[in-house]
Design a protein around this ligand. Structure first.
Ligand SMILES: Cc1cc2nc3c(=O)[nH]c(=O)nc-3n(C[C@H](O)[C@H](O)[C@H](O)COP(=O)(O)O)c2cc1C
Length: 492
């Protein structure tokens, strides 16, 4: 099977939605919290110092500083601003309260788990850990020097982001693999930006032997490694000597639901995108990203002094946006697009695969219409004019938030170019990039006093036709930004 077959098979059409009506087995809903039980659990400092660098500056690539002097505070700060619980929401009919996290997730199902390997961090034992967001603690799965792949990294801190596809498939069926990949992209940027806000560089590797990493990290059978993220910087508090002997605790992974259904397309695309042998570190030069220009030059971006820490923790997905007449400014849009187009640091991110199409509904100085963004020249090219509200909502599976927003987006990826550079593995990379851009959109919108929502469901072919895309282009993610309808059920 190839990425193309999976992608075609999981496109939404009116017909496919009618054939697979939406019914959820609530009794079997997977637990969104994984625990590795029976291992030592280490506290991460409560209430770590908030990164106070302005969020928009961080999104533009400026580094902040950390006052952390030892490992537990540094790790606590990093995870509190990238992966921790940040709010809760109440189901009004039952009073049941559930957790929301710093990183967003389709359906709030959170398929992504954060594992990390530490070396020589001050007052923190070397080892392999799994982050437990439910209590903001670290499960110590091994103590000592652990390799996560042959010829592994010497960095003091390396994360392994894994996915549990069943969590998403429970709700979204075979299309869920796409959402798991988006989620990894969001989690990666949440981590990379929190790291940068506390003065750390990060670099992500998508190219690694999957089974070897899963075995060396002794991952549970339902977890698959997706991205390795290495953190390096003088701001990571380290000491000189190594701990030597390795002791494995491993731990028993909790069962997430009573039963687990199989999804054949997910098994196949996962197998097709796996690598078994990665003899050389890959920084492949993909064919360059096409360039173009538009007739509208974007103005200098709006600024904001809101601190990264506050923005990261207050970020929420809007359930809907205030339709009305209130618009956003072109300078705000310019700031959002500038942060979305920043370079990503990963072995697959040399030449971006993504292009943004905008459905502008209410942006001052921009006629309603569809525009293509050309990041290098900071220009917009108008490809359609006229009111797009009904169309944007309709293409997003009738979700009104895409029409009530000030601006909605189609992220369009060149999956063929990705496959020419990376084979089927490229399918993962395009979705990681889309999720990463989505995360930057969320934070930029929040920094500017707006709200945002990622939209994973859209009618693929209709978008393709409407935007008159070339055959090699595929829509991979939708997004909306505007003024959120207040949600009284959320508590910070
Ligand atoms: C990949 C992805 C796809 C999503 N798709 C939709 C969607 O189609 N419609 C929607 O209303 N929200 C969507 N969301 C938003 C999630 O429902 C939201 O992130 C989740 O409920 C958690 O809330 P929070 O973002 O406020 O933490 C999506 C989020 C992600 C990351």
């Amino acid at each position: 099977m190839t990425w193309r077959e999976y992608h075609e098979a999981t496109k939404h059409t009116v017909e496919s939605l009618r054939r697979a009506p939406h019914s959820l087995d609530w009794a079997n809903m997977p637990n969104p919290f994984r625990h590795y039980e029976g291992v030592p659990v280490l506290d991460l400092s409560a209430d770590p110092p908030a990164p106070d660098a302005p969020a928009l500056e961080v999104l533009r690539g400026v580094s902040g500083l950390t006052p952390a002097r030892e490992g537990a505070t540094f790790l606590s700060q990093l995870l509190f601003y990238s992966a921790a619980i940040s709010a809760s929401k109440c189901v009004s009919s039952t009073g049941y309260r559930y957790a929301l996290r710093v990183n967003p997730s389709s359906g709030n199902l959170h398929p992504t788990e954060f594992h990390f390997r530490t070396r020589r961090m001050k007052e923190w034992p070397d080892g392999l850990y799994h982050y437990r967001p439910s209590t903001h603690m670290a499960e110590q799965r091994a103590l000592g020097d652990v390799e996560m792949k042959s010829g592994g990294s010497s960095a003091p801190l390396v994360f392994v982001l894994t996915t549990i596809t069943w969590r998403e498939a429970w709700k979204y069926g075979d299309r869920a693999y796409r959402y798991c990949l988006h989620d990894i992209g969001h989690a990666w940027q949440a981590l990379a930006l929190a790291a940068q806000a506390i003065g750390c560089d990060s670099f992500a590797a998508g190219y690694f032997p999957d089974d070897e990493v899963a075995q060396l990290c002794r991952l549970a059978d339902d977890e698959a490694p997706m991205l390795l993220v290495e953190l390096r910087s003088a701001s990571i508090p380290v000491h000189e000597s190594y701990a030597c002997e390795t002791v494995w605790y491993g731990g028993q992974a909790n069962q997430l639901s009573a039963e687990k259904a199989d999804y054949a397309w997910i098994d196949r695309i996962h197998a097709a995108t796996k690598l078994s042998n990665c003899p050389y570190p890959e920084i492949l030069a993909a064919e360059p990203t096409p360039t173009g220009c538009g007739e509208i030059k974007l103005p200098p971006p709006a600024s904001s002094i809101r601190a990264f820490g506050e923005v990261a923790r207050l970020r929420r997905s809007a359930l809907d946006f205030l339709g009305g007449t209130r618009s956003m400014s072109l300078t705000q849009l310019s700031a959002i697009l500038a942060t979305a187009s920043q370079r990503l640091f990963a072995d697959f991110a040399g030449a971006p695969f993504m292009q943004l199409y905008l459905y502008a509904h209410r942006v001052d100085g921009l006629q309603p219409g569809v525009y293509r963004h050309w990041p290098r020249s900071a220009e917009l090219e108008q490809v359609k004019n006229g009111d797009q509200r009904v169309m944007a909502a309709g293409l997003s599976l009738g979700q009104e938030l895409a029409g009530n927003a000030c601006v909605a987006f189609s992220m369009v990826g060149d999956l063929d170019r990705a496959a020419r550079a990376h084979g089927d593995r490229g399918y993962r990379y395009v979705h990681f990039e889309a999720g990463a851009i989505g995360h930057r959109l969320y934070l930029a919108a929040e920094a500017l006093g707006l709200g945002a929502t990622g939209i994973g469901s859209f009618y693929d072919e209709e978008v393709h036709r409407y935007l008159n895309l070339a055959p090699q282009q595929q829509v991979v993610y939708h997004f909306a930004i505007g003024y959120p309808v207040p949600d009284a059920r959320v508590r910070g």
